[in-house]
Write a protein that binds this ligand. Structure first.
Ligand SMILES: Cc1cc2nc3c(=O)[nH]c(=O)nc-3n(C[C@H](O)[C@H](O)[C@H](O)COP(=O)(O)O)c2cc1C
Length: 175
């Protein structure tokens, strides 16, 4: 007698299960709009084009960060080091990614466009908004890179719902 067939998972569950196997770096997307700064932990960052220099990042469509970037016309992406899982957790917390003036606990500075770049980032890309593409429940922000830089160090990674490092020394912090 053959075993009863397993019911097929719902498409959303299958999508989520497959997506857990996609490993990414972790970055903080920022912008400044007037007196307000916005920051959000993202894993959807992509380098897109070399000529011109373009990057993209997908952001939940209704996030205030999307309208702030549309208004300011600039954003920065700061790539996190494997010591910055606390920063990643902070800016993945609902409501914690918006402040007047500065985020006192997370030092940032302006580079070419005035979008805030994290002081302790492993690498950063400072961008002028090139376009906003539709992406279902997300908006794909495309940025033209005005300046970028990198420092020595190891990246923070995200895989299977956990922060990890290349050295397999997991920071041991769940999402
Ligand atoms: C590792 C990780 C990666 C994330 N990547 C994205 C992303 O690429 N785009 C996005 O819109 N949200 C992403 N999020 C979720 C946001 O960080 C989070 O929902 C948001 O900052 C919550 O604050 P808000 O609701 O005040 O915007 C990610 C969260 C984590 C933990």
């Amino acid at each position: 007698m053959s075993a009863p067939a397993r019911p097929a998972p719902a498409p959303e569950d299958a999508f989520r299960a497959a997506a857990r196997h996609w490993s990414t770096g972790v970055a903080v997307l920022t912008t400044r709009s007037g007196e307000e700064v916005f920051a959000k932990t993202v894993s959807s960052f992509c380098t897109l084009s070399l000529d011109p220099l373009l990057v993209s990042v997908a952001v939940a469509r209704h996030s205030p960060l999307v309208s702030a970037v549309r208004g300011s016309g600039r954003f920065a992406v700061s790539v996190l080091t494997d010591r910055q899982h606390g920063v990643a957790r902070r800016f993945a917390t609902p409501g914690a990614g918006r402040a007047l003036g500065t985020f006192t606990a997370v030092p940032m500075r302006a580079e070419a466009t005035g979008a805030p770049v994290l002081e302790a980032a492993l690498a950063w890309f400072d961008c002028r908004l090139h376009g906003v593409l539709p992406g279902g429940d997300h908006a794909v922000l495309v940025g033209r890179v005005a300046a970028a830089d990198a420092s020595p160090g190891e990246p923070l990674l995200y895989h299977d719902g956990r922060y990890r490092s290349l050295a397999h020394r997991s920071p041991g912090v769940g999402a």
